[in-house]
Design a protein around this ligand. Structure first.
Ligand code: FPP
Length: 230
């Protein structure tokens, strides 16, 4: 049971370095998404969360935002049948009220079509802000008084994921050379192993993911306890 989360960074720089518009990098980035989704189940990953669009990404030029939204839509249209064939369940996490109604309908249709698949849970984070979700969770907790610690934890999970079923992140990967979390899965990454790679997202593929998993499996995770005696 391994949950891997990826901050897919470097599309823009990858394209600029090749004298191409940033949007070209995003299109190639969508190919990398296909590669890692295909590779994930055989690497023992059962949940894969990809940071596709942060709530702060709305600040980008409208043309770039619109290309990204079209890519999400195209991805859902072309990939849903493949996801279904490969046992992948799709879930989109984040706000939906600012997405185009057509895209929301597509998301719901893909989620419905893949609901019973169990080989891999693919979570795409779109208009996602971990802080916003935490604030929403706290508001829900304040509204429900006299909560036990356990109930509070369940309530936080529910407020942040809808059904409270998203497991903690085991391995967080960020491509593109930066070393920050950028408001992604702050609660779920409490004990995540972190891996930062200079590889730009459009160059990232199944082999890179396999390397990352091998690195992760070589680490000793203690969750605050002392090391096991050898
Ligand atoms: C960060 O690179 C990437 C994004 C903000 C968008 C991620 C989108 C994709 C990988 C493509 C489509 C996704 C799906 C699910 C089909 P950046 O633009 O910030 O790169 P930079 O740091 O080099 O500017």
């Amino acid at each position: 049971m391994t949950h891997v989360a990826i901050i897919m960074d470097g599309n823009g720089r990858w394209a600029t370095a090749r004298g191409r518009p940033r949007e070209y990098g995003h299109r190639r980035g969508a190919e990398s998404v296909r590669h890692v989704v295909e590779a994930a189940p055989d690497l023992g990953i059962d949940t894969l969360t990809l940071y596709a669009f942060s709530s702060d990404n709305w600040k980008r030029p409208t043309t770039e935002v619109s290309v990204l939204m079209k890519l999400f839509s195209r991805y859902l249209r072309s990939e849903t049948p493949k996801l279904l064939n490969n046992g992948v369940r799709l879930q989109v996490v984040g706000r939906r009220d600012r997405l185009a109604p057509n895209l929301v309908r597509q998301i719901e249709a893909s989620e419905d079509a893949t609901r019973s698949q169990t080989r891999l849970l693919l979570r795409l984070a779109v208009d996602y802000s971990s802080r916003d979700l935490l604030l929403k969770a706290v508001r829900a907790a304040v509204a429900a008084s006299d909560l036990e610690r356990q109930d509070m934890s369940t309530l936080l999970g529910e407020a942040m994921h809808g059904d409270g079923s998203a497991p903690d992140v085991d391995l967080l990967i960020r491509t593109g050379g930066e070393r920050r979390l950028s408001d992604f899965l702050l609660w779920e990454c409490a004990y995540a192993e972190l891996l930062f790679t200079p590889v730009m997202w459009p160059d990232y593929d199944g082999a890179h993911l396999a390397e990352a998993l091998a690195d992760f499996r070589s680490r000793e995770r203690r969750f605050g306890e002392v090391a096991a005696a050898s």
